[in-house]
Design a protein around this ligand. Structure first.
Ligand code: NAD
Length: 474
């Protein structure tokens, strides 16, 4: 995983951007040829958007699997051409995250979200004939997307939902409405380019709570997929429809005395600082055994991170990034470490990606899902205490946990007891979504409803097709 440390990330981004320059020029030329009468999936009215997506899905059902695959591939190609603009706009419009990391996240979603190959049939054969089980589309899916991964979620949802034969209505966070409209437009153009149906992917110009509620209740919407905090997951699960809930996380990291401490420090900072800690999978607190705690912090401080030792400064930082109720101050979510420190009147090297401090186990920095590059470190006596505390701080989200250890018994114990959807051993958290590792990627990780790392098959209905008395050649 050290293939993906901070310096390498910068190199990778430069080469991706260079490769795309030529394609960008070409896509700009295409843009000037836009048909004014085509909405490219963007509607004033949510009802009209849903109606169009429902009609489109009926047409889409008649398309061959070959065409479906062509549509998905065209979407991947066009999104890749526009990755620079989408990543830039994602940061600028939401005011959160890092451009170079958004490029990597978007690229990961474009390239590693599975297509139609994910829809594997099952079969029973025997004297009674042949019974086939197929993964059929659900119909129209209403997808609610977060501000923290505005384009990444649209990309993986679109690829998975369309590969499964559905159409999709996106209801984004209002703070990401422009970039969502842009990506929906690019996707519709990509579909039209290979003669696919119009309005397979739609959204509204002005997303709002009212529009989301309308979508949740609409008779033509067959499935809801909500990616966001606990509030929206609860709302989605109360919709009376089949709902996939991808909720909040507060991923703990456990480091025991057998860990490669130097590597653990690098992995933790790389994971925690990725897109300024916005990903729901990112390291949010570290629990380290006393024996290696000092060494771990020393290694972290030697690698793009700054330790706060002054308790007064720590209190000031707490007052800055949390409100009176102890909840996060959204002004600092997804911001750079130097931006945060500047608000305390302290100038730090912009290359410092994480601020960390040793804190008590009940400190709000450990309990709250901060989504800022501020990392609390908690020292405990031994690995059993560490696992116990990590489970408590994970807070039953069943989301993500990380451990640095060479002891397979310790690794197994934590993995089994914490019950998270993702468990990463000896790597940065992003290894858990297939970044530089095996396995597919997604930015919709459904812990509360149990689908786990979503993909095309998640967005299907299992149907049975029976042929009596024949076609068995056993
Ligand atoms: P958020 O919960 O504020 O918003 C998520 C979406 O829900 C947005 O589209 C928002 O407009 C909508 N929404 C929120 N409250 C609503 C309401 N009352 N009625 C109608 N719509 C409502 O979250 P956010 O700040 O955009 O994203 C960060 C959160 O999402 C974090 O908690 C993070 O852990 C979580 N997240 C989870 C995953 C996952 O895969 N499990 C992925 C990304 C983000």
């Amino acid at each position: 995983m050290n293939d993906y440390n901070v310096l390498d990330i910068e190199k990778m981004v430069r080469s991706i951007v260079k490769d795309m320059k030529m394609e960008m020029v070409k896509s700009k030329e295409d843009e000037s040829k836009d048909d004014e009468s085509d909405s490219f999936g963007i509607f004033e009215d949510m009802n009209e958007a849903i109606k169009a997506a429902a009609l489109s899905q009926r047409l889409y059902l008649r398309y061959s699997l070959k065409k479906r695959s062509e549509i998905v591939n065209s979407i991947r190609v066009e999104l890749l051409k526009n990755i620079e603009q989408l990543s830039k706009m994602g940061v600028e419009e939401t005011g959160m995250g890092r451009y170079e990391d958004k490029i990597l996240k978007n690229k990961l979603a474009i390239e590693k979200s599975p297509g139609i190959e994910d829809l594997k049939p099952e079969v029973d054969t025997g004297d009674g004939g042949l019974t086939l089980y197929e993964m059929s589309p659900f119909g129209v899916i209403g997808s609610i997307t977060p501000s923290t991964n505005p384009t990444e979620t649209v990309i993986c949802n679109t690829i998975g939902m369309l590969a499964a034969g559905n159409s999709v209505v996106f209801s984004p966070h209002p703070s990401a409405k422009k970039v969502t409209a842009l990506i929906v437009k690019i996707i519709n153009k990509a579909i039209e380019k290979v003669d696919g149906p119009k309005n397979l992917v739609v959204t509204v110009k002005e997303p709002s709570i009212e529009n989301t509620n309308l979508m949740l209740a609409h008779e033509k919407v067959n499935m809801i997929c909500a990616t966001g905090g606990p509030g929206i997951v609860k709302i989605a699960l109360s919709s009376g429809k089949k709902a996939i809930g991808a909720g909040a996380g507060n991923p703990p990291v456990v480091v025991d005395e057998t860990a490669d401490v130097e590597k653990a420090a690098i992995d933790i900072i790389d994971g925690c600082s990725f897109d300024n800690n916005l990903p729901c999978i990112a390291e949010k607190e570290v629990i380290v055994v006393d024996k290696v705690a000092d060494k771990l912090m020393e290694c972290m401080a030697n690698y793009c991170a700054m330790k706060i030792t002054d308790i007064k400064l720590l209190n000031k930082l707490e007052k800055l990034v949390l409100n009176e109720k102890g909840k996060i101050n959204k002004k600092f979510v997804g911001k750079n470490a130097d931006y945060i420190m500047e608000h305390l009147g302290i100038k730090i090297d912009p290359r410092i990606r994480v601020i960390f401090a040793e804190v008590d186990k009940d400190h709000p920095f450990a309990v709250e899902e901060l989504m800022m590059p501020i990392l609390p470190i908690i020292r405990v006596a031994n690995v059993d205490r560490a696992i116990e505390l990590a489970i408590k701080l994970e807070n039953g989200n069943r989301h993500t946990a990380i451990m640095h250890s060479k002891n397979i018994d310790n690794l197994s114990k934590f993995a089994k007891d914490v019950q998270t959807t993702i468990f990463v051993k000896n790597a940065p958290s992003y290894a858990g979504i297939g970044f530089g590792t095996e396995g597919h990627s997604t930015f919709t990780i459904a812990g509360p409803t149990g689908e786990g790392l979503t993909s095309a098959k998640t967005f299907t209905r299992k149907r049975r097709c029976v042929l009596a008395d024949t076609f068995s050649i056993k």
